[in-house]
Design a protein around this ligand. Sequence first.
Ligand code: ZN
Length: 147
Amino acid sequence: MARASATKRIVENCWVLVGEHKRPFWHARRVRPTRGKPASVEFDAAWVLRREEEQGDVVGFYHTHPSGPPQPSSRDDRTMRAWAGALGKPLLCLIEADGAVAAFRYDDDESAGAQLAACERFARSVVIAYEADRAHDKQGKARHDGQ
Ligand SMILES: [Zn+2]
């Protein structure tokens, strides 16, 4: 949530993530940088929708929390749920704070956002995130025991 920053005007930076999601890995590249206000960023929604329609490779969003924890704000939750619902697929929410990057996955418009096991930044704006938890698999699949 927006918390008034007393003196500094530090803004959040945001990128769209394009790439692919092949469990358990997300391979993404940061593109389309935008700057926002403190504790808020605006994505170029029209660009995202066009990109997804033409390439189908939008995998999420990356943004900074200049003064915040590496956790999604309630606004981030709402934004990510809306996008996951709009694009009809799980999306990655990467948050950079204090030089580290945390990764969260939103499956749909009701998702609470699940933190992923690991996330690393590489050269040329490449980011790789890794899902170690098996919770999604258990949720999404019927069990075949005893059949
Ligand atoms: Zn945020």
